[in-house]
Design a protein around this ligand. Structure first.
Ligand SMILES: [Zn+2]
Length: 122
């Protein structure tokens, strides 16, 4: 793993295990592309829903609200996880994650035991 930095994987009861990760900051263009893709999907759906008789009174505003919601949510992502390896503090099994978008702090579920893991950069 290139440019890997050390981290601690932390569970709720404060048990921790070392690991390493590499991530990249999203550029403005990448953020814009992500927002366009997520909100554009629902904007397209809202146009399609105009053709649905009667139900379009509910479907069109619903799709527009979802387009705004997912667009704003996409703008909150600041980083992309390239790769993370470590050991889950709860089940002690090795964990590997890649390609996760996150904002200030990365949190994810262990694929083995489904416990909530928090990443602390070192
Ligand atoms: Zn686990």
């Amino acid at each position: 793993m290139e440019n890997a930095k050390p981290i601690l994987l932390l569970v709720r009861d404060d048990r921790r295990r070392p690991g390493q990760w590499s991530y990249q900051k999203l550029t403005r263009l990448e953020k814009f592309k992500l927002m366009s893709l997520r909100s554009g999907t629902f904007l397209g759906l809202s146009i399609f829903f105009i053709l649905v008789p009667i139900l379009h009174f509910i479907l069109v505003p619903g799709a527009l609200i979802l387009a705004i919601y997912f667009g704003v949510k996409a703008l909150q992502y600041q980083n992309r996880l390239l790769e993370l390896t470590g050991q889950c503090p709860s089940c002690e099994k090795p964990t590997h994650e890649a390609d996760i978008l996150f904002g200030e702090q990365l949190e994810f579920k262990c694929p083995n035991c489904s416990c909530h893991l928090k990443v602390l950069p070192q």
